[in-house]
Design a protein. Structure first.
Length: 144
């Protein structure tokens, strides 16, 4: 009887170890992370003072894994007069899907630079968002 109980205990321990080992060594599957971009003006810019003012937008999405950084998406919107950008109601929307992301060891950094130019004067504003572990969707709102 003791021998049967011992054999059962050993069998249960071995099967539990095998199940746990399978879970521990199962490779992580890559996922898709989505980045939503919204661009709109926060003012009507109808005053004559803004007639010569323009803004150029540069957006970069970088996949980061420990000390490694790889740009996976990049876009630059040509310079437009401030009043030419859409209002909030007509915002420019773009959804960017980044595939092959290993969520346990990689994250996405979304960076935006808005370059304002007015009569030769230049001002750059930086903004960004992090799409980290456990998060599949991120939104970057770009207000001009």
């Amino acid at each position: 009887m003791k021998r049967a109980i011992t054999l059962i205990a050993i069998a249960v321990s071995v099967s539990a170890f095998c199940i746990q080992e399978k879970t521990l060594f199962e490779p992580e599957r890559p996922i898709i992370k989505n980045v939503n971009l919204e661009v709109y003006k926060s003012n009507d810019y109808l005053s004559a003072i803004y007639n010569d003012a323009t803004a150029k937008i540069s957006i970069t999405i970088t996949k980061v894994c420990r000390n490694s950084r790889m740009i996976v998406w990049n876009k630059t919107f040509n310079a437009l007069q401030l009043k030419q950008y859409p209002s909030l109601e007509d915002a420019l929307l773009q959804k960017v899907a980044i595939d092959n992301v290993f969520d346990n060891k990689e994250h996405l950094e979304v960076r935006c630079t808005i370059s304002y130019n007015s009569k030769g004067g230049l001002l750059e504003i930086h903004n960004g968002v992090l799409v980290s572990k456990g998060v599949t969707d991120g939104t970057l709102i770009i207000q001009i």
